[in-house]
Design a protein around this ligand. Sequence first.
Ligand code: 5GP
Length: 201
Amino acid sequence: MAEKKGFLLVISGPSGVGKGTVCTTLMASHPQLKLSTSVTTRTKRPEEKEGVSYYFKTTEEFENMIRADGLLEYAKVHGNFYGTPKDFVNQQIEQGEIVILEIDVQGALQVKQNHPGAVFVFLLPPDMEELRRRIVTRGTETQEVIELRMKNARNEISYIHKYDYIVINNEVQSAAEQIYTIIRAERMRVVNNPHIEESMR
Ligand code: 5GP
């Protein structure tokens, strides 16, 4: 068994809040963290790379993964399926690593049921107008999709009480460091250091 216990850190937040950028920044500064790559049935955006942003799957392939019990959690978000491959997460946790999941609230609630030691962080925009501005600025979405994402954002935020921590994404570097502060504190939990007492004898 690894000296320190690994755990899952779930990051959720409304579409457009900057979860992807914050996670990329967090990983760049702290490459020892493990970021889980999700599978999705969504169409690949031009800047995205297979196996880096997501593993892009057909609906049939996705359904096969569900049937084979290959997903830790999955959900339909904005009309597409997204899920977390189970094997990578389990292997990493087993080795004492900290695995970051960037997933929606439906998925987070499933993780909460199945992984009692997981830590839940909710990333918020400074305010809702700023969120709309960020979604519009991204420019890849139609007006209809923007409205759907704003509605979904309000719905997602209504689940914030299920989470352990909030981080406001005013500035990316600072949000990433706040998340790392949470990770450091969680790493120091007695339950995450099962051999500490023994090692002090
Ligand atoms: P996007 O299409 O903008 O990349 O992501 C849309 C939403 O899907 C985001 O809220 C993102 O957090 C969520 N998402 C991405 N991967 C997963 C996953 O594996 N499981 C779940 N439940 N949600 C995911």
